[in-house]
Write a protein that binds this ligand. Structure first.
Ligand SMILES: [Zn+2]
Ligand SMILES: [Zn+2]
Ligand SMILES: [Zn+2]
Length: 350
């Protein structure tokens, strides 16, 4: 520790009182979900697994909400065929529908156009889907198969135009589920407000490998119990959720082991809080962590420091570090083993 000057640590985590378990990526039979997987069945399954909200992202279409009580549906889609799938989270439906068709096709070269469409016309949050992997859809009719997902070069050149990327996608082949390397590369290049998401990309809620495996925990002032009991205006909840996602006030969570479903961690209050004082980052957990890892990075260097067995940690930011993100492994009482990723905290020097 050789820091002399005062550091300015930009922390996207707001440490509000409540947490919402949210699915950002899943498909119904309206696109290539398994037959019988209606929007009703899917959203009811997520509600029963403790989720407050679901972004139903059928391919190249906006599937309307089925009106399942106790869970918030947010209009969304997954755009693209072949490579570069992109999620559009929270589409403000404008009713013409023509724009979506005009930007699909085998859209290898029109990523900027698609990202601009999502942000500008849809007024939605663009998220790069499964950058490390090709997507195994059953009915893909890409006229020219063009390989894997987003290349590191493409991730970097478009980084100013998407809100984040999937660092975990449960639908990808075992070795390609993770895209953490893409994330660190983009952040290290200076894009510090690129958020990491975890998702199911589920096409059949009966499949344990892709249902309730990856989600985000959105921090909020709204109590999820009130939402389940119908006491919260869905519009207000939707706005709140989108605002906290845009601002990076959420964790990406992956279930490694244990049964599916159950309440969201943090339903009863604290989950993981991150705060900063001077040159120090504090993490407080609801229970002792198996492991906590601070991953620091800069353009030419990356290092991680880990500790275990406690529910409170402090980390001193070093001189060379441009960003720090936190990874926590936790075991819950119901046997679930969870890995949670914070968003990057950006370090600035006076
Ligand atoms: Zn996809
Ligand atoms: Zn699909
Ligand atoms: Zn998908």
């Amino acid at each position: 520790m050789s820091s002399k000057g005062q550091l300015l640590i930009e922390n996207p985590h707001r440490n509000l009182e409540f947490w919402h378990k949210v699915q950002i990526h899943c498909h119904s039979q309206q696109s290539d979900g398994k037959r019988g997987q209606t929007p009703e069945i899917i959203e009811a399954a997520y509600r029963d697994a403790g989720y407050s909200g679901v972004f139903l992202t059928d391919h190249n279409r906006v599937t309307p909400g089925p009106g399942v009580p106790g869970i918030l549906h947010i209009d969304s889609a997954e755009y693209g065929l072949g490579r570069h799938h992109t999620l559009a989270l929270g589409i403000d439906r404008h009713g013409d529908g023509s724009g979506i068709a005009s930007i699909t096709g085998c859209a290898c070269r029109n990523i900027p156009k698609r990202l601009a469409y999502i942000a500008g016309v849809d007024k939605a949050i663009p998220v790069a889907a499964h950058p490390n992997a090709r997507h195994f859809c059953t009915r893909l009719t890409c006229p020219r198969w063009c390989g894997g997902g987003w290349s590191p070069k493409e991730m970097a050149s478009h980084a100013g135009h998407y809100a984040g990327l999937e660092i975990f996608n449960a639908n990808n082949a075992a070795r390609r589920r993770w895209s953490l390397n893409c994330w660190d590369e983009v952040i290290a290049r200076g894009y510090r407000r690129v958020w990491g998401f975890a998702s199911d990309d589920c096409h059949d809620v009966r499949d344990d490998k892709t249902f309730d495996r990856g989600w985000i925990l959105v921090n909020s002032q709204i109590d999820p119990k009130d939402c389940r009991n119908g006491l919260v205006d869905p519009e207000a909840l939707g706005r709140d959720m989108l605002e906290n996602i845009r601002g990076g006030n959420f964790w990406a969570v992956v279930r490694r082991r244990g049964r599916r479903g159950g309440s969201a961690p943090g339903d009863g209050g604290a989950w993981l809080a991150i705060s900063c004082s001077q040159n120090r980052i504090h993490v407080t957990a609801e229970r002792p962590c198996e492991t906590i890892e601070f991953c620091a990075g800069a353009s030419s260097r990356r290092e991680s420091t880990s500790a275990s067995g406690s529910d409170g940690f402090a980390y001193d930011v070093d001189d060379w570090e441009d960003y720090v993100r936190v990874r926590v492994m936790l075991k819950r009482d119901d046997g679930q083993c969870l890995v949670a990723f914070s968003q990057p905290l950006c370090i600035r020097r006076e």
